[in-house]
Design a protein around this ligand. Sequence first.
Ligand code: BGC
Length: 245
Amino acid sequence: MIALGIDIGGSGIKGALVDTEKGEMVSERIRIPTPQPATPEAVIGVMGEIVAAFKYKGPIGVGIPGIVIHGTVLSAANIDDGWLDFPGQEAMVAATGCPVTLLNDADVAAVAEMHFGAGRSRPGVTMMFTLGTGIGSAMFVDGRLVPNLELGHLYLPGMAIDAEDYTSDRMRKAEELSWKKWGRRLNRYFHHVEFLFSPDLIIIGGGVSKKYEKFLPYIETRAAVVPALLRNEAGIIGAAAIATP
Ligand code: BGC
């Protein structure tokens, strides 16, 4: 079964055709810079370009950095405010003429890791975090997704800012933190998460997960912490996977 997976990110919108049984991309990956401002109209326009480039007709899955309930986007931390309360899924169906499934980007990436990557056949509580512009979070309990966790917006004890404004990869770059300094921030974050949710396994994704050996040694949790296996492809592969039954 082939589906088109689309990953809407802060800097790029990426899409590829995916074999959803194998969890593998079967086409080249198209990446188009995210229009600024990333209004629904502009982003859905780019999505249309990707669909047209593949001359594609069929199920499409899309991950977006916001809370998504029944196809409507309910938060917009790192995307344009125009997405707030916007019926994104319906608008994407209208623009492409294809059936579309729209979910939160971290949930989508975690679906890919649970099916084909580091979380494969893991029982118990598995959590995944994507470290990028924000911090995406997802939780699976015995293989079932608990959707729309927003743990990038937790406050760490004694701090009155969103954890992602202290711990994301964006902050590592902006403050030019050493791996050690950033690793210690991550350690603080994951300790708090562990205290609240007691996961069995924590999977770390996002572009920076390629360099996991630089920061994983600083994270000391009871739960095992492992890098995502699908790396940057998880967003696209998971998106395609949610589009097919
Ligand atoms: C958003 C989440 C998203 C995460 C990663 C956060 O700022 O609130 O919905 O999953 O960034 O993109």
